[in-house]
Design a binder for this molecule. Structure first.
Ligand SMILES: CC(C)(COP(=O)(O)OP(=O)(O)OC[C@H]1O[C@@H](n2cnc3c(N)ncnc32)[C@H](O)[C@@H]1OP(=O)(O)O)[C@@H](O)C(=O)NCCC(=O)NCCS
Length: 228
């Protein structure tokens, strides 16, 4: 019999209930974190803002809350596509949130404001999952290109952005208030161009394969990947 294939990580729209965990990860990820009020304002007042979280649906405290219907439906949220707003109830476990990201639509440009992974979950393709999902949102909201600022010293993030076709197009001198570090401005070409669409589709497919290949932790005495 074919073994059930379940997707471990799931991307959802960020909600107010997610904020305590988002702020916790923000503090671990940034030397100059935003205050919690900034995120509240973003979610409640900024109609041009789009924020997402990535959840580890295998987190021990996340599993008991999943109904059989949710377990079933998770297979269809083949990341990095967002779970639809009208989908199953969100898993309320805050500890299952392992990263978050967001962007603003500014005229016809998607401006990435933040992207951060919990340190324990880095290096597994999940920061890429967040970026891939943001570019997916940029398509949904009909942005022409995607742009961001990044510390010139942040080679990890710059490498991730380069992978998705961002190029350094300028510098904002002394942009960061904590240490007056310069920001590199990185921007994609027109994301609706056939070349970018093709590049994005290839990266997305490879990422989905990589994440789908990750095995679930074995339940006590059970087979990896067996239904909980
Ligand atoms: C940037 C960040 C989100 C990346 O998340 P991550 O989950 O570790 O990244 P992934 O595992 O998805 O890796 C994706 C790509 O990032 C780059 N990358 C990841 N880790 C790297 C490392 N240690 N060194 C260099 N490049 C690295 C690679 O290009 C990688 O692609 P590859 O897997 O094909 O090599 C994470 O490091 C983070 O939260 N940093 C702190 C917050 C931050 O600096 N955010 C950016 C603000 S502009």
């Amino acid at each position: 019999m074919e073994r059930e294939q379940r997707v471990r990580y799931r991307v959802d729209r960020m909600s107010m209930a997610d904020l305590p965990r988002v702020v916790e990860i923000e503090r671990l990820a940034y030397s100059a974190p935003w205050p919690p009020s900034a995120y509240r304002k973003e979610l409640q007042e900024n109609q041009y803002a789009h924020y997402i979280v990535v959840r580890d649906t295998w987190a021990p405290d996340a599993r008991p809350t999943a109904t059989p219907a949710e377990q079933q439906s998770r297979r269809h949220f083949a990341l990095p596509f967002l779970a639809p707003r009208a989908g199953p109830p969100l898993n309320p476990s805050l500890a299952s949130i392992v990263g978050f990201a967001g962007l603003w639509l500014m005229v016809d440009e998607a401006h990435i404001t933040t992207i951060a992974m919990h340190p324990v979950f880095r290096g597994q393709g999940l920061g890429e999952l967040l970026l891939c999902s943001l570019v997916g949102i940029a398509y949904e909201i009909h942005a022409h290109n995607v742009t961001l600022e990044v510390r010139v010293s942040n080679e990890t993030a710059k490498s991730l952005y380069r992978k998705y076709g961002f190029a350094e197009v300028g510098i904002r001198r002394r942009y960061y208030s904590d240490n007056h570090e310069d920001a590199a401005i990185m921007t994609t070409d027109d994301i609706s161009s056939p070349g970018y669409r093709d590049h994005y589709a290839r990266l997305r497919d490879a990422l989905l394969r990589r994440l789908a290949a990750q095995e679930a932790p074995s339940p006590a005495g059970g087979q990896p990947g067996a239904p909980a």
